[in-house]
Design a protein around this ligand. Structure first.
Ligand code: NAI
Ligand code: BUO
Length: 257
């Protein structure tokens, strides 16, 4: 029987790339996003490509939505095997200027969303009494802290810490919890980061912030969704069964740990 994977925030960007790869790996795919229009269009693409898939609209920062997402997946496909906590948001600003709404939003999506997603997935894995895998979106910003991305970096450090502690609590239930830590991928998130960053520097033009980050990559190119999906595919597979509690960097050589 095919395994089932949920990927949050998979209407576009890295999440879509991960969902595509897990579909190629033979998983039944549960696409998910807060953006219904993009999600509908991505679901059509997946169905046209012959991937056995459904789509669920939801907000990861709402605990009820995360439990509903798992329920919809199980109603459609009968089981759950992998839950990818991919959805995340950025905030670009000197921390002195961050307001309460920005701070609450970034933490509630990136951190609360990951905790709620892990709770919902673990609840289902424990009910099924099967092996389960939770895979969290961390970042190089979960290992290193960046100016102008300071509170975003704080959320990703929290995701890394939570990955460690959740893996310890869930190991007795045969559940692995790991994280992937991308570097610089040219998704909508980086378009927004670049657009915001250049506003703060007189000598910068659109594209410069992105270029500066990409110039620092040892392998000499920015990251593609497929690069991230290669790691997630491994973490979702039986080949990673002896790995838990790790936040693995895939960045072409930016941060060395
Ligand atoms: N793009 C990059 O270079 C890097 C990205 N990451 C992380 O990878 C993950 C994916 O990033 P990207 O694909 O680049 O971002 P993106 O902004 O291109 O896509 C994120 C997706 O999540 C959805 N989303 C946002 N808030 C949501 C919510 N509350 N509930 C459900 N869905 C929501 C968006 O609608 C969007 O489709 C994020 O967690 C991000 O922090 C980490 C390191 C680098
Ligand atoms: C978006 C992100 O995590 C970085 C550091 O590029």
């Amino acid at each position: 029987m095919s395994k089932v994977a949920i990927i949050t925030g998979s209407a576009g960007g890295l999440g879509k790339g991960i969902a595509k790869r897990l579909g190629e790996d033979g998983f039944k795919i549960v696409l998910h996003d807060i953006n219904k229009e993009m999600l509908d269009s991505t679901l059509k693409e997946f169905k046209d490509a012959g991937v056995d898939s459904i789509a669920v609209v939801g907000d990861v920062s709402k605990r009820e939505d995360q439990f509903n997402l798992v329920k919809e997946a199980v109603d459609a496909f009968g089981q759950l095997d992998v839950f990818v906590n991919n959805a995340g948001v950025d905030v670009v600003s000197p921390f002195l200027e961050i307001d309460e709404n920005q701070l609450n939003k970034t933490f509630s999506v990136n951190v609360n969303g990951t905790v709620f997603g892990t709770q919902a997935a673990a609840d289902q894995f424990i009910k099924q009494d099967t092996k389960g895998k939770v895979i969290n979106a961390c970042s190089i910003a979960g290992h290193e802290s960046y100016e102008m991305l300071g509170t975003y970096s704080a959320t990703k450090h929290a995701v890394r810490s939570f990955t460690h502690s959740a893996s310890k609590e869930l190991a007795p239930y045969n559940i692995r919890v790991n994280a992937y830590c991308p570097g610089v991928a040219g998704t909508a998130m980086w378009d927004r980061i670049d657009e915001e960053m250049v506003k703060y520097y007189d000598n910068m033009e659109r594209g410069d912030a992105y270029k500066q980050f990409v110039d620092g990559i040892s392998l000499g190119r920015s990251q593609e969704p497929e690069d991230v999906a290669n790691l997630v595919s491994f973490l979702a597979s039986d080949d990673s069964d002896y790995i838990t509690g790790q936040a693995i960097i895939t960045d072409g050589g930016i941060v060395y740990r």
